[in-house]
Design a protein around this ligand. Structure first.
Ligand SMILES: [Zn+2]
Length: 372
């Protein structure tokens, strides 16, 4: 299954955040090398005073388009067109964002400035330049002994969300009666600590993106209050309230507190994890662990449900709104050119098959068209 990461975040928010469930289902996000930070929810893109023409996602950075120079002549035209049309841009995209011509692709860098990046295709498979990447595809790894099939493979485990006091803030928390609360961030870390020694026994080198209850990002919600206020004003809330009245407050998303918290735990924290993966850990594979939840009815009287399922997400199917953002579009093209998809699909297939066999859980059927 290919699915937009940002839409996934939205789906999770709707599915699990506002209601309680008992039966959790595990899901795994696979990512070779790059974790994409999510840009959903705060739809307002923030024009900076000096660079008003940039169209960058929340807490995103200005893309370094020159990095793509390293990918010149690394892909044939037909391969590129297939990955764009069938994998990454299945929802379509505005015609000026990407134009595939005979020998080149023209990619919009900045609409206001009418600046474009020109990617040159390789003419044949034999003339393709090597693909630069910081992770290693499976076939480039040295042969492994049968008892150590993962020998030398660098795997980063990313236990999704946070534990402790942050779990409730993230709405990844529920409690039935007086029983101890169930926290997604606690479950994911426990699972990561269980599978780490098992993967090491198979020869893998394991690192943790998070290995405590605490966030890895240095900033906290209070650091984002001013940004939250500006975003709300820009989104048509001229005088945003500072605080949430109660958990069922229907206008809580329009408060500075709610927005500053989401800037902290979703945007700042996830982007920081991506930086750690991409600049320090340099794994061949990232496994992001999550436990999704089914709706549990009345939050004040949660109902336990039998529904259970399994799913894996592979990066792709970017939404048109995502592709409009310069940094998201840049990351999509870089990911495409690194050829992560082919590796991720094989891994997802193997892991999904093994997990389905062991857990006997049915696959999750998405109720929306955001996955393909
Ligand atoms: Zn989650």
């Amino acid at each position: 299954m290919t699915k937009s990461k940002s839409r996934m975040t939205k789906a999770m928010t709707n599915d699990e955040a506002r209601s309680v469930t008992f039966r959790y289902s595990g899901f795994v996000i696979l990512s070779s090398f790059v974790i994409r930070a999510s840009s959903f929810l705060l739809l307002a893109v923030f024009p900076r005073a000096v660079q008003a023409a940039d169209n960058i996602s929340v807490l995103g950075s200005k893309p370094k388009w020159s990095v793509l120079e390293r990918y010149q002549k690394t892909i044939r035209r037909d391969e590129f067109a297939h990955l764009i049309n069938d994998i990454y841009c299945t929802h379509g995209l505005a015609p000026d964002l990407l134009e595939i011509n005979g020998k080149t692709a023209r990619i919009l860098m900045n609409r206001a400035a009418q600046k474009f990046f020109t990617l040159r295709f390789a003419e044949s498979g034999a003339s393709c330049n090597p693909v630069p990447r910081l992770w290693r595809p499976a076939k480039s790894l040295p042969p492994a002994k049968p008892e150590k099939p993962l020998s030398g493979l660098r795997i980063a485990l990313d236990p999704g969300h946070l534990d402790g006091k942050w779990a409730k803030m993230e709405e990844r928390w529920f409690q039935v009666g007086s029983s101890p609360p169930v926290k997604e961030g606690d479950l994911t870390l426990k699972v990561a600590r269980i599978i780490a020694p098992q993967l090491r026994r198979l020869g893998a080198k394991i690192s943790f993106v998070r290995n405590s209850n605490e966030p890895i990002a240095p900033k906290r919600p209070d650091d984002f209050k001013e940004l939250a206020r500006k975003i709300l004003i820009k989104n048509g809330v001229p005088q945003p309230r500072s605080d949430v009245l109660d958990p069922n407050d229907p206008a809580k998303e329009q408060t500075i507190r709610w927005q500053s918290e989401i800037l902290f735990y979703r945007y700042s924290e996830i982007r920081r994890r991506a930086v750690l993966v991409n600049t320090k850990l340099h794994p061949d594979l990232v496994i992001c662990l999550h436990f999704n939840a089914e709706p549990w009815g009345d939050p004040n009287n949660p109902t336990l449900v039998d529904a259970n399922h399994l799913h894996l997400l592979v990066n792709g199917s970017y939404l048109q709104d995502e592709l409009e953002l310069d940094d998201e579009r840049f990351e999509m093209v870089r990911r495409l050119l690194s050829r992560a998809y082919e590796e991720e699909l094989l891994l997802a297939d193997a892991i999904a098959t093994a997990m389905a066999r062991e857990t006997k859980l049915p696959p999750y059927q998405y109720p929306t068209t955001n996955s393909t």
